[in-house]
Write a new protein. Sequence first.
Length: 162
Amino acid sequence: MLPSPITARGSYVAGPSFANALKLFPTERLLFGSHAPLFYPRAKVAKTESNGADIAALACRHPDARIIMAHMTGIGRRGVQDVEELPNVYVDTSGGWYDSEMVEYAVRHMGAERVLFGSDYPGRDYAPQIGRVLGTNLSEKDKEKVLWRNAVSVLKLDGCQG
């Protein structure tokens, strides 16, 4: 079975798991040439699953690309460690258990500028996802970055400065 196609949605690009993306390598190069951030969910597709090491390899091949690695609580500490030295990789706060400590861990290791709010909607309710960020010991400025300012910057949403 072929993976679902990589599709452009507004100002970002969503794609299948990393292993399936390897089968679409020419498409991968084309997409990175578009200068839109690439959103990689940590999800099983055709019995494969992307992880932090896969995303790190992708980021190293395309150092000018902005890559959003989704489901931070799914990739865990190891996933954050895999990408923490790669300034072109961002993580989102969605997935798994509602764990504020994991958000704090990602901010400590990657910086608040590289952590974006993720709701995991419709699979999860917004309230606990927002609470995961609001329940941290981060400064109000860093919470604001995670909840919306970073998305405005990464997705280049001009006119949404608030």
